[in-house]
Design a protein. Structure first.
Length: 407
């Protein structure tokens, strides 16, 4: 299996200010219609009519409303409305009744949809009669037999295109000692490249040498974000390339199955071809310094009745404090009393979020004393920390915590 970790992408939407009109306008109220509770089965649901077209695979179809323009390819992402029935007229699924269009890559659906949607143009509405062999083919929990779908195509989002040189690396490709070869498809936008300790954000697409798409983050619209060392541990040949790439650069890699063998995992059955695109990389800040009072709470620390000690390092703003089940977003660093740092969101360069009833008792209690923007040092006795849990730091723990927000 090819390793993949998907990162969540945040997008910002700008809002334009509307000018206030000098004269008053009367605007008709827009009333959203409720989606129908059902869609009536077609009169010809039992079997394709005589004017339906049948393809070599047995797929039958009839265009209900003409479309125009491009048709999707086998790896494109499409947006559709659809309703599906069994041949006795029972509706088993419908985006129309949900009131929400559905989007998906064409290589992730039943074969009858993969084939049929490629026959359609934008705006077209078509009825398909899909035989069982290219429908769910007896999959448990899925509707059986021939299925009938009415599908309306709204959008096509281009997916990865099969590389012309997917079958074999060209003579101009650069060899590696690992047995792989690579070439630059698109140059980078800067001259910087990631190094040890950096976190990389990248897209990948995987083909076999027959040109069959195996996996792609481009189809899913989500790049991978991970420390370069983690990439090296999972897929070493990717790390070799990413460490030499500039942001925006795309490289193609031809990898024999033997070069993809990682200890503890079987090699893939085929040689593979990868397209890697380095989106960006970040260098985390240096780890925080060990507090001078890490060994024990100082005299000016406040002690609660549970034995939790704390000292405010930077005051926050406002009066709102989280409750015992609130979700908070924080930056933190943690040390044992001998000054060994065992965890830090600051060193990772990314704050963390969690509900207060899902952490150690010292955090549940301590965070409720804070306001947003405040930074506090806590000395948490073992009884309020991990209490001898295997694999967790033992004894009293010291945390510097900055409360960023309360959700």
């Amino acid at each position: 299996m090819i390793w993949m970790t998907l990162a969540l992408l945040a997008c910002e939407q700008a809002e334009e200010e509307a000018e206030t009109p000098e004269t008053e306008e009367v605007v008709d109220e827009v009333v959203e219609e409720e989606p129908p509770s059902t869609v009536e089965a077609p009169a010809d649901v039992a079997a394709p009519p005589a004017d339906a077209v049948t393809t070599e695979s047995g797929l039958a179809y009839k265009v209900l409303t003409e479309g125009k323009g491009d048709k999707p390819g086998p790896y494109d992402k499409v947006t559709v409305h659809y309703s599906g029935w069994t041949t006795d007229g029972e509706m088993f699924d419908s985006s129309v009744t949900r009131g929400e269009k559905s989007s998906f890559p064409l290589n992730r659906v039943i074969p009858g949809w993969t084939e049929g949607l490629q026959l359609m143009s934008i705006g077209e509405k078509t009825r398909f009669w899909i035989p069982v062999e290219i429908a769910y083919n007896g999959a448990p929990g899925k509707p059986a037999g021939m299925l009938v779908f009415d599908v309306e195509l709204f959008e096509i989002e281009p997916g990865p295109r099969v590389p012309e040189d997917v079958a074999a690396a060209p003579d101009s490709a650069n060899p590696r000692d690992s047995g792989t070869k690579w070439r630059r498809v698109t140059p980078g936008e800067t001259k910087d490249f990631p190094g040890e300790g950096d976190t990389v954000e990248f897209h990948f697409t995987v083909w076999n040498t027959a040109g069959e798409l195996q996996e792609s983050t481009l189809s899913q619209g989500k790049a991978v974000t991970a420390p370069l060392e983690m990439v090296a541990a999972r897929t070493p040949i990717w790390a070799d390339e990413l460490s030499e790439m500039n942001p925006g650069e795309v490289r193609r890699i031809w990898a024999p199955a033997a070069a993809l063998t990682v200890e503890g995992r079987p090699p893939p059955p085929d040689d593979l071809v990868f397209d890697l695109q380095l989106v960006s990389f970040t260098t985390p800040p240096p780890p925080p310094e060990v507090p001078g009072d890490v060994a024990a709470a100082p005299p000016d620390a406040t002690m609660t009745s549970t034995g939790l000690a704390y000292k405010v390092l930077s005051a926050g703003s406002g009066t709102e404090k989280p409750g015992p089940t609130s979700k908070v977003t924080v930056h933190y660093s943690g040390w044992t009393t001998d000054g060994n740092m065992f965890d830090s969101s600051v060193a990772r360069g990314k704050p963390t979020s969690f509900p207060l009833n899902g952490v150690i008792p010292g955090w549940t209690e301590g965070l409720q004393l804070m306001v947003p923007g405040e930074k506090t040092r806590f000395w948490i006795p073992e009884a309020l920390a991990y209490r001898g849990m295997p694999g967790k730091p033992a004894g009293m723990l010291v945390f510097d915590v900055e409360l960023i927000s309360i959700d």
